[in-house]
Every structure is written in C-alpha cells, then in structure tokens.
Write a protein that binds this ligand. Structure first.
Ligand SMILES: NC(=O)c1ccc[n+]([C@@H]2O[C@H](COP(=O)([O-])OP(=O)(O)OC[C@H]3O[C@@H](n4cnc5c(N)ncnc54)[C@H](OP(=O)(O)O)[C@@H]3O)[C@@H](O)[C@H]2O)c1
Length: 303
C-alpha cells in the first residue's frame, strides 16, 4: 500500500502538492494511508470562482411562464436567490410567477420579455441583464416546445419551428450567458434536455433531434468553457406532467406509455427538485458536461 502511495508522488501522475498523505490514526497498524486532498489552484481555469452566497447570486430562467420553468423559478425563490430573472413571451404569466416568487422570499424578481427564437430578443434580454445586474451566476436554459405527429407528414417549416426554440434558442442563450459569466469568473448553465435526446419515440422526431442536440451541446460547451469557470450540465427529464403534455396521459396511448416506465408512473414537478438543485446551486462543483436523467427508469426500460 505504501509503495502504491509513493508511486502517486511521481511527477506526472498527480500534480505536485495536490495530494498529501497522512497516517490514518488507529488504522496505522494496518499500514493504510489516506489521501488528504487540499484545494489546488488550477492553471487551466483563467479565474478561480469562489462560491457566492445564494442571496448574492443572479439567476435567469427561460420559459419561466409555466411548467418546469415556473417550478424552477419557485425553487430558486424558496432557496432565497438574490435576483431571479423570469423570461418568456407571456409576460402576464411571468408576472403571476413573479408574485409567487416574492411570496417565497426571493430577494428580487425581474420579469423580462424574451422570444428565444429571435436573436435580437435574446441579445436585448442579455443586454438588459448585463446593464442592470452586471453579472449572471445561473442560466436555466429551459424554454422549449414540443410538436407531435408523424415525421413523414411534417414540413421543413415545422422542423425549423422546433429547432429555432429548442436548439438555436438554447444555443443563443448559452452563448450570451457565457460571455457575461466569463467577465466575473464563471457560472452554472443548466440546459433542460429530455430523455428523448437519448432515446427515440414515435411521433416526436424533430423534438428528439433537437434534444439530442442539446445533449451534445452540453458536452461540447462544457469542454470549451471549463477554462472560464463555467459549468454546463443538463437535466434530462422523463415524462413530467405539465401543459406541454396536458391530457395525453389520460389517453390510451398515455396509459400504455406509463406501463413501459419501470416505476409505473409519470414524473411530478417535485421529482426534479433535488437533481435541479444539485446542478444549479454549485454543490456539484466537479461536475460539468453531465446529463442527469430523472425518468423513473424510463431510459433503462427493457428492450
Ligand atoms: N414536461 C415534460 O415531460 C418534459 C420532459 C422533458 C423535457 N421537458 C422540457 O422542459 C422544458 C419546459 O417544458 P414544460 O413541460 O414546462 O412545457 P410548458 O409548460 O409548455 O413550458 C414551456 C415554456 O417555454 C416557453 N417558450 C416556448 N417558446 C418560447 C420562445 N420562443 N421564447 C421564449 N420562451 C418560450 C413558454 O413560455 P411562453 O409561451 O410564455 O413564451 C413556457 O414557459 C422544455 O424544454 C421541454 O422540452 C419537458
């Protein structure tokens, strides 16, 4: 064991000074040595990012006017984030979510009109945040649409509509967020993908293609942006009951689908709480490029 420990000290295996070894007290007689990990400045990262208290962090949630986005906003509020920016097209709905967030004791809530399918709208929204808040700690890249139907009957315009929101919109927001985050040493981007980005189902081909793009985007941007202290991770929910799939689960097809989920139920919004907090709060400091499935086992269902 001691020999193995010594081999770790050889240059090139573990950076010098990163791990010190000390005797393990009562375990000494068994000659077991434990590594004592000490923080090490990472020369790859341009700026080391100390974790700010939640009450000083600024978070932006896209698609915050309903479903998952509104839920994530309420979670950030309950966790006392300093500033929560709620963005979507339906500002009347955003105002209602903002009131709920204030009741949950968020520090400040800002409502921002945003159409992620429109590049100018994305640039305007991030310009407003850069000017007013001067920072962004968390982007929840959640806005999305689902269009169902056989691929063979769809048009190129149908495809574009899905891609413009689910892929180009997510890309545009990630880029603007990263440029702002880079100015203050980093941040957390949480992309909302889907298990349909990992597997396929009938009648949602364009949606599945867009979400597969989000999965790959998460990994590619995590790779490029680790050097700026920006972590990029994705949540890949299974079927969670919201407006996007309203009514479907009461149909025969919906019931059949539930029968294929190993846990034999759809997801509820609360099922996302802990995984979301893990990715959005910085507790997962050594995670980037990860895709976390929350699906009752749906992606491991028997073939
Ligand atoms: N529910 C599920 O089972 C499930 C599973 C996996 C992944 N997801 C993903 O989770 C995300 C949220 O879905 P949801 O279930 O909460 O659906 P939802 O209730 O329909 O919410 C979709 C949100 O996206 C916003 N949005 C749509 N187009 C937009 C645009 N062009 N610009 C800005 N915002 C836009 C909508 O706001 P406005 O209409 O006000 O703009 C709305 O707030 C989506 O990315 C979805 O793909 C959902």
């Amino acid at each position: 064991m001691a020999a193995a420990a010594n081999s770790f000290r050889q240059p090139g295996l573990i950076p010098r000074g990163h791990i010190r070894f000390k005797s393990a007290g009562s375990l000494r007689s068994a000659a077991i040595l434990l590594p004592e990990v000490t923080p090490m400045a990472n020369p790859h990262v341009e700026t080391e990012r100390p974790l700010r208290p939640l009450s000083q962090r600024v978070a932006l949630v896209t698609g915050a006017s309903s479903g998952l986005g509104a839920h994530f906003a309420r979670l950030l509020a309950a966790d006392r984030f300093g500033t929560i920016v709620l963005a979507a097209r339906r500002t009347d709905r955003l105002n209602a979510v903002a009131e709920e967030c204030m009741r949950l004791r968020a520090g400040r809530v800002i409502v921002l009109p945003l159409d992620v399918a429109d590049g100018d709208s994305i640039r305007d929204a991030f310009g407003t945040i850069a000017k007013g808040e001067r920072r962004l700690d968390v982007l929840v890249n959640n806005a999305g649409i689902a269009e169902a139907g056989p691929a063979i009957d769809s048009t190129l315009e149908d495809f574009d509509r899905v891609m413009d929101v689910n892929l180009r919109g997510v890309w545009g927001c990630a880029l603007e967020a990263a440029r702002l985050m880079k100015t203050h040493g980093g941040g957390d981007i949480v992309n909302i993908a889907s298990i349909l980005g990992l597997r396929v189902a009938n009648g949602v081909a364009a949606y599945a293609v867009s979400k597969a793009g989000v999965v790959q985007m998460t990994k590619a941007l995590a790779l490029e942006w680790a050097r700026y202290g920006i972590r990029v991770n994705a949540l890949a929910p299974g079927y969670i009951e919201t407006e996007i799939n309203d009514g479907f689960f009461r149909t025969e097809a919906g019931q059949k689908l539930i029968g294929r989920i190993p846990m034999r139920r759809t997801g509820q919004l609360a099922d996302l709480d802990a995984p979301f907090r893990l990715l959005a709060h910085g507790a997962s400091r050594y995670m980037t490029g990860a895709v976390l499935t929350v699906d009752g086992g749906h992606t491991v269902s028997s073939l």
